[in-house]
Design a binder for this molecule. Sequence first.
Ligand code: GLA
Length: 736
Amino acid sequence: MNITFNESSRTFKLDAKDTTYMLMAADGEYLAHVYYGRKIPDTDMTSIMRFDESPFTPATNNRDRASYLDSLPMEYSCFGVGDYREPCFKIRAADGTSTCDLRYKGYKITKGKPALEGMPATFATEESPCSTLEVIMEDKPAGLEVSLFYTAFEKLDVITRSAIVRNVGDKAVYITRVLSTCVDFDTHEFDMITLNGSWARERAVERCRLHHGKQGIDSCRGESSHQNNPFVALCEHKADEDSGEVYGFNFVYSGNFAATAEVTQHKKTRFVMGINPLDFSWKLEPGEQFTAPEVVMVHSDCGIGKMSRTFHDLYRGNLIRGEYKDKRRPILINNWEATYFDFSTEKLISIAQQASKLGIEMLVMDDGWFGHRDSDNSSLGDWFVYEKKLQGGLKHLVDEVNKLGMKFGIWFEPEMVSPDSELYRAHPDWAIQIRGRELTMSREQYILDYSRKEVRDYVYSMMRKILDSANIEYIKWDMNRQHTEVGSFALPADRQQELWHRYVLGVYELMGRLTTDYPHILIENCSGGGARFDPGMLYFSPQIWCSDDTDAIERLKIQHGTSMCYPCSAMGAHVSDCPNHSCGRVTPFATRGDVALVGTFGYELDVTRIPEEDRNAIPAQIEKFKKFNPLVRTGDHYRIGNMFEDNSWDAWMFVAKDKSEALFEFVQVIGRPNERSRNIKLKGLDPDAYYYEESKPEEKLSGAALMYAGINVAKMWNVDGLYGDYVSKTLHFVRA
Ligand code: GLA
């Protein structure tokens, strides 16, 4: 078992691959944090504990309790007892007070990992086993028990955390804050890396030095958001892609979240992450329990790159599920940027006819096929076919597409309702809203109250009718607005603040039903591009649309940022038309293909209308994707360039796990005189092996030479090919 308990020091030790995490039941039964970092063999590290720092007024007693609690590194900090740092847990008790004081009660260590009720979470597999520690805490006056769960993966540097709160008393208690992790680090010498952004420029990497006080990110938009991804890394100041100690945190949740790093008076850092306490409250009746979602914690002793690769391995092996988990995804063509709402059966068939000849494998019909939807101002919720637009009906269209040897996929936005819809006219109370208050419109739509089972059942029954009516093999599940006026007609006043979380649980419940009932359907998540690119969604869909910005150059940054913790194989990436619809940039067709190659790959353009030269390039582009996709899906990803620091070029690699081959991709974003013969050091190869570039088998270089001296990117191919802006090149290195 990779989790042990030392009776004499009352210390728990969790060993992940090269990581150790330690905690102890300290004086007064407080659960204290001891150590998190590189693996150490010792089972008792309590010698490093400083049990108190000086109080804020001189005291004569040798242990000032308040100073003890305000400086003890805590595993799960409570509000109200003298720990003034950021709390994890806060309540409103039956008497209206907020103090809670959780003390150690007992523990259990088990093999494997229990599922989290109603919630996505990582899981154990035969190839990647783990053990779980449950520490049971109690607050007798409040009548509460809290189980803290820690899972340590044996072959990955991963520790996950979550918590379950149980009301074991006889009065209802309101939970007003219930975070999922708390780590009290012994230093404040950290940089914080976050992924920030906006619509069409999601997950931009930002790195700042921590300062005294609290700093953090959050979402109170009802989704994980474009603006802040639920990911934070804390790293040594000197850490870079390849060296230094890094701690990565990612929240397996798709709604409101908060992550805070606080540098304390004693120059330590407390890091907490969980459901955003803003406007959160949960009434727990006697006998009931509440589950806080999971936080994945990754430790790397070799820089940011290794942290990312650990996340990738975990998510590919121990989070993503279903038939397509380990399979190449069909190469699709999506009609959104090709036609927007203006399409017909005939138009779609003409796209499919052309696409099938070029080797494209699936047609995805995007928004606009239902109700009477000709623009974004109607019909969400009316999931029946818009017969006037789709002449001959859905089955006819799907059959025709199938006859061409292609699969068929369809778009839904199941969480939404348009005011102009039969659904809204029949059930206006099904929208999330507050009685007597004007409801804010966003993209001309409202959000359905997914906390209500009858609402979910109704939407699902309509979806089922569509899915059962034709051979549909893919769904794009979209979500295109953020929450306002959050209120439910089905909840009593003292449960209204549960709606944010109940909504997310409702979405998960429906996605769970869909994946169980239709295991063969490939699901791609989407939220106005990439506003719900989070591990919660990855549990239900093996791929997520990365961004509505399909421009190859903008995508370099978006995909780089996304790769911080999400595997490239999960990134929805398409070759689209030029000038690009989001930013107007014109890039070579080949570069668009090379950038989309990093993700799930597909096309988002009117293939009947693009220049012939581009169309003719598609079959070779598809072959290239097929050739390299196994490396992208299963290999190790290395970032080499960094557009956030130097936006004139980018480069990255995928290296086979056995180091037998590697794909190197380079994009010259801006062509500049005298900068073409750049030497770039490759990564991840076997230094002792010899490699050749596929097109030049006679020229062999050692992995050591390729990594420590590098390759000259201009000389590796025709120098003229490097003239100009936005040019790309892929090189395939094979072990000799
Ligand atoms: C969102 C998605 C797009 C497209 C449109 C349709 O913006 O991100 O890809 O599906 O909705 O309305």
